[in-house]
Design a binder for this molecule. Structure first.
Ligand SMILES: Cc1cc2nc3c(=O)[nH]c(=O)nc-3n(C[C@H](O)[C@H](O)[C@H](O)COP(=O)(O)O)c2cc1C
Ligand code: SF4
Ligand code: SF4
Length: 177
């Protein structure tokens, strides 16, 4: 607590548990790393509230998933809903089972490493660029110059981090997929 310096938690130690969506990015990363390190099944858990979360964990290498917090908040119907959303996502994307997407992120990253991935710099859409220079300010790699009131990217310096694309007020920068 900012005013008193006391912990918010009521426990003897001052610590509490963290669960729900706040831990999903961390748990997802851990599943991704574990799936590359071990051959045993991985049951992923942490912040699963919807079908897309199941898809993400499966793509990162999960064998199965668990849900705790959402079941407490929403009640038992959460499990059927999440399962249905997962199936609907698979159907709408042309997959017949989770096996078809399991670990595809790992395969993708392995492919990138083996094929000497080349940085993809953003493309500048000159008709949208108003020359404000925000991209030049936010680029930590000094890869942007403003010439004749238009942004230009030095592809040799660009790291492909995408910061400029997220800050451009006119969506004049886009990293091609
Ligand atoms: C109220 C509550 C009780 C929990 N009890 C246990 C437990 O007894 N054993 C255990 O391994 N994990 C326990 N957990 C952790 C959950 O199994 C789960 O790993 C964690 O909450 C993250 O998933 P979630 O975001 O779906 O809740 C508990 C979590 C909560 C919120
Ligand atoms: S932030 Fe966008 S609009 Fe501004 S100079 Fe850069 S590309 Fe052009
Ligand atoms: S993608 Fe990153 S490194 Fe490249 S120009 Fe934009 S901010 Fe700079």
């Amino acid at each position: 607590d900012l005013e008193t310096g006391k912990p918010h938690m009521g426990s003897k130690s001052g610590y509490g548990w963290m669960s729900g969506p706040a831990i999903k990015p961390i748990a997802l990363r851990v599943v991704f790393e574990l799936a590359q390190a071990v051959k045993i099944p991985i049951f992923a858990v942490g912040g699963i509230t919807k079908g897309e979360d199941v898809i993400e964990y499966t793509m990162a290498g999960a064998t199965a998933v668990q849900v705790c917090t959402q079941g407490i908040i929403e009640g038992a119907k959460a499990f059927g809903r999440i399962a249905k959303e997962t199936n609907d996502w698979l159907d709408s994307h042309g997959y017949s089972s989770l096996d078809e997407i399991r670990g595809i992120t790992i395969k993708y990253m392995k492919n990138i490493k083996e094929n000497n991935y080349i940085t993809v710099p953003p493309k500048v859409y000159l008709d949208k660029c108003v020359g404000c220079g925000i991209c030049k300010v936010v680029c930590g790699y000094k890869a942007v110059e403003i010439e004749n009131k238009k942004a230009t990217i030095n592809v040799d310096k660009c790291f492909g981090c995408g910061v400029c694309t997220s800050k451009c007020p006119t969506q004049a920068l886009l990293i091609p997929r």
